[in-house]
Design a protein around this ligand. Structure first.
Ligand code: HEC
Ligand code: HEC
Ligand code: HEC
Ligand code: HEC
Ligand code: HEC
Length: 319
């Protein structure tokens, strides 16, 4: 009991100090940059191609991931955004959206909060340009105009969860304690000079290697901070309340980046390695014969016991 209490007190002390013990990550809240007024401008601001020459592995892995096509998806996401507009926004009496021309950044945030968080750095024109581009892409498909469809698909995919979304915009979680991301800095596990021209500094993001970092977009349930809460991914919720609560102690990064050896690809069942890591399945079968009434013969019966054990850190499937 005495030991238990000592451990409990030690935990409380560490938990309270943890956020304050990591220094020098961010800085004061920077001035807001002028809003991007076109898709091209917003894509340019978060372009990942400048990182490839020095971080080839990270870049190649990332470009295989769904983060690299975060509003196009598999490509199921872009059409579903249109469905959310047609069957949601336009039918809700108080959304303010009756036509595509009424769409704003705020109204798209019920999806973009996680699929494209940097949309908050763009004007409402960009929100409308995104919707118009997805519609033209769908039309080009219907017209079997492959060339046009491909070009538009590229435009949609140019907006994504790129390097600087994770290594700058979303990198610091506890901003009162750790500071705000600075516009000239890449955030990782080191500090000092960074060879890149656009981002000449490196600094530490204390929680980048923790599950809470991924939890920012991987969902706990309804997004209550929105005027109209949406719900899509909930993996972080089930990670906290089912996996960790039952003694699970690995992080998202440990399973998805390290054990899987997938690094920045961070794949799901879409990659073979992850399927192997996902489930223990045991199947046992036996046959029986059941004698029927009045000499009508026997009825063959099969008994199959299937046990499936989820070894991931959350409920599956998700999203
Ligand atoms: C001219 C080469 C160069 C370019 C371009 C470059 N980097 Fe780096 N970067 C480096 C070097 C060198 C390091 C230090 C590597 C080390 O010591 O492990 C580094 C370190 C980093 C780190 C910290 C790694 C850690 O261990 O925590 C991050 C994050 C990072 N770069 C992201 C980026 C991003 C994002 C871009 C594109 C916007 C980029 N870099 C462009 C050379 C470059
Ligand atoms: C809380 C963050 C969050 C919000 C808000 C959110 N999503 Fe998602 N969504 C995700 C994540 C993370 C995934 C992928 C991981 C998964 O499967 O859980 C995903 C997956 C999807 C998928 C499947 C992906 C594919 O390529 O097949 C679709 C479609 C989708 N979202 C559409 C939407 C739409 C439309 C909205 C707005 C109405 C929305 N999401 C709102 C985080 C979110
Ligand atoms: C979805 C978020 C996310 C995106 C997008 C992302 N990173 Fe990372 N990156 C991380 C995390 C998390 C780590 C730390 C992993 C760990 O805990 O070891 C990391 C680590 C790194 C490191 C340090 C060492 C290493 O290679 O693991 C470098 C360098 C890096 N990233 C560069 C990049 C570059 C370049 C891009 C774009 C091509 C990129 N990252 C895109 C989340 C991201
Ligand atoms: C800025 C928001 C954001 C962050 C941060 C983020 N993700 Fe994602 N992630 C998404 C979205 C959005 C998708 C789905 C894109 C789509 O298909 O529409 C996704 C997709 C995925 C998928 C593929 C899901 C599938 O259905 O195949 C995995 C796995 C994943 N993320 C793991 C991670 C891990 C691990 C981290 C932390 C290191 C992380 N993500 C950080 C937003 C994010
Ligand atoms: C113990 C290892 C482990 C941990 C911890 C873990 N995952 Fe997973 N995750 C997996 C495996 C294995 C799969 C493949 C199964 C699948 O895709 O259904 C997976 C699948 C996923 C998927 C795709 C879900 C789907 O629809 O199939 C997402 C998204 C995801 N993980 C995100 C996360 C995030 C975010 C965290 C941290 C909050 C996390 N994972 C923690 C092992 C883990």
């Amino acid at each position: 009991m005495k030991n238990g209490l000592t451990i409990a007190f030690a935990c409380i002390a560490v938990c309270m100090l943890a956020p304050f013990s990591a220094f020098g990550a961010g800085g004061p809240k920077p001035e807001l940059r002028p809003k991007a007024t076109t898709i091209a401008e917003l894509a340019e601001r978060y372009d990942s191609s400048g990182c490839v020459e020095c971080h080839e592995d990270a870049h190649d892995e990332w470009s295989e991931s769904l983060h690299a096509v975060s509003i196009l998806g598999t490509p199921r996401t872009a059409p579903t955004i249109i469905t959310a507009i047609e069957k949601g926004l336009k039918l809700f009496p108080y959304s303010g959206v009756k036509e595509d021309s009424d769409i704003t950044v705020e109204s798209l945030m019920m999806c973009m909060k996680c699929h494209l968080p940097q949309l908050d750095e763009a004007t409402d024109d960009v929100a409308r340009e995104i919707v118009a581009t997805i519609r033209s892409w769908q039309q080009a498909y219907r017209d079997s105009d492959d060339e046009k469809a491909e070009a538009l698909e590229e435009t949609i995919a140019s907006l994504n969860i790129g390097c600087m979304v994770c290594h700058n915009k979303m990198a610091i979680i506890h901003k009162y304690a750790d500071g705000y991301p600075q516009p000239d800095t890449v955030y990782g596990s080191q500090e000092g000079d960074h060879e890149d021209e656009v981002y000449p500094k490196m600094a530490v993001a204390p929680a980048l290697g923790e599950s809470i970092f991924c939890g920012q977009c991987h969902g706990q349930g309804p997004n209550f901070e929105l005027d109209h809460p949406s719900q899509c991914a909930t993996a972080y919720g089930s990670y906290l309340f089912a996996y960790v609560a039952h003694g699970g102690n690995e992080s998202c990064q440990e399973c998805h980046m390290h054990k899987s050896e997938l690094g920045h690809n961070m794949a799901s069942y879409r990659d073979e390695t992850m399927i192997e890591m996902a489930l223990d399945v045991s199947v046992e079968g036996r046959s029986l014969f059941w004698r029927k009434d009045k000499g009508e013969g026997v009825l063959p019966i099969g008994v199959i016991n299937v046990e499936i054990y989820n070894k991931t850190g959350h409920g599956i499937p998700d999203g």
